[in-house]
Ligand binder design. Structure first.
Ligand SMILES: *Cc1c(COP(=O)(O)O)cnc(C)c1O
Length: 431
């Protein structure tokens, strides 16, 4: 059992000055109980807390660390840029062209791209663009999908709000809420119904093509194909929110994996290599409507700054050179098989959803294909499971409804240790 004296003290102090003591709600351990852990240092697949405990990390800063924390090449590149270039100019820099060109090579549907500072900014901007381009107001999203904290998206929005048990947020106007329609993930009929009821009013359909914010829910390929067809028929912009699954489930993201091409793509997390970066891009014809070329306004003081772009660029280059995806698949499959074997020994049959290195063990036996089936999972059992894993030095997301990310730097030994700990934690979850 780790001693968490210093973490507990810091959390008490933090609560005086920071709402809930945290700068992002899911960090607060609300759904699993206990005190959030203050980290002091990250390296590779490990993090050390302020009390000196070390953890094997399966959160990876919530997605960015596909290559682990402090990846040596990424760290060296950041240091170089800081010393030799600077952190920001507010003028164009050559590196912006380099990353835009690289992105269009990695993700062929991206003909033009705009860099921003977070996934939230990317999705907000993409939706504004879709509205500006189509002249329509409404959007369709999917129950349980998270697209950042923009007003339009805080309607049935997945883990953060789900964990806190408040599906809608005060402060979002009725008008905004009325313009956001929620369909059922993997259910094309639910989308058709909304499109028919709102004929000619839907600007965009936005979806996580691998949902990762209500646990992990893979999209069925036929479903994405049908969405694409429907959008083409109705002149609706199809937005893939690949902030989490982009560069994660395949180098070219879910659109490469499924072979379905969106009109616009939003990116974040891995594209920043651990620094704050987001991006939205897609069809030239649509992107040409972004200011200053077009009339749809979008801007950012620190957008495309050299420091953040360096971290992202270096990460993308390593991903291209090393092609870690087959190995990530092997590693994550090893964990899945190990967990399955443990459950068999214990007479348990919980659902595991996984796409590459994004995985989730749901404490339910109901197949998880959408939000409704996801929330059949037993959060209280997950809480016990989580704490047992933590006691054994393994850091999972403090919520049932989050992904477990395996990284390139998890070793065989790490994985074996994780499978052993999983057995004990499954036992603990049922005591
Ligand atoms: C994390 C996430 C976002 C929001 O990104 P931030 O950088 O946290 O603003 C948007 N969409 C998806 C799918 C995400 O996973």
């Amino acid at each position: 059992m780790p001693q968490l004296t210093k973490s507990a003290e810091l959390f008490e102090l933090a609560k005086k000055f920071i709402p809930g003591g945290v700068n992002s709600p899911v960090r607060a351990f609300k759904s699993v109980g206990g005190t959030p852990i203050y980290m002091a240092k990250g390296e590779g697949a490990y993090m050390t807390d302020v009390d000196g405990n070390t953890y094997l990390d399966y959160v990876g800063s919530w997605g960015p660390f596909i290559l682990g924390s402090m990846q040596p090449r990424v760290t060296a590149a950041i240091e170089y840029t800081l010393r030799n270039i600077g952190s920001s100019f507010g003028t164009p820099i050559e590196m912006e062209i380099e990353i835009a060109e690289l992105l269009s090579r990695i993700v062929p549907s991206i003909e033009m791209v705009r860099m921003v500072n977070s996934g939230t900014e990317a999705t907000m901007s993409a939706v504004r663009l879709a509205r500006g381009y189509t002249g329509r107001d409404k959007i369709i999203k999917f129950e349980g999908c998270y697209h950042g904290h923009g007003d339009s998206f805080l309607i049935k929005a997945g883990s953060g709000v789900l964990t806190l048990g408040s599906p809608d947020s005060p402060g979002v106007t009725k008008g905004t809420a009325a313009d956001t329609l929620n369909a059922t993930y993997n259910d094309i009929e639910s989308v058709r119904l909304l499109v028919n009821e709102n004929k000619g009013d839907i600007a965009a359909i936005i979806i996580e093509p691998v949902a990762g914010n209500t646990g992990v829910i893979p999209a069925k390929k036929e479903f994405l194909v049908a969405l694409r067809e429907l959008c083409d028929q109705e002149g609706i912009i199809l937005i893939f929110d690949e902030v989490m699954c982009g560069f994660r489930v395949a180098l070219g993201g879910a659109q490469e994996l499924y072979g379905v091409t969106p009109d616009l793509t939003t990116m974040g997390k891995i594209i920043g290599g651990g620094l704050p970066v987001g991006a939205f891009g897609g069809k030239r014809q649509i992107m040409e409507n972004v200011a200053p070329l077009g009339a749809v306004y979008q801007a950012g003081t620190l957008s495309g700054n050299p420091l953040a772009l360096t971290a992202g660029l270096e990460t993308l280059k390593i991903l291209m050179e090393e092609n870690p995806y087959p190995e990530l698949e092997r590693k994550a499959a090893f964990l899945e098989a190990g967990f399955r074997e443990n459950m068999q020994k214990l007479g348990l049959n919980y659902v595991q959803n996984r796409v590459g290195s994004m995985a989730c063990l749901f404490f339910t036996e109901t197949p998880v294909v959408d939000y409704k089936s996801a929330i059949t999972a037993d959060s209280a059992k997950y809480g016990k499971y989580f704490h047992s894993m933590l006691d054994q030095g393994i850091y999972l997301a403090p919520s049932q409804f989050e992904a477990m990310f395996t990284s390139f730097v998890h070793t065989e030994e790490d994985l074996e240790k994780t499978v052993k700990a999983n057995y004990n934690a499954l036992v603990a979850a049922h005591q």
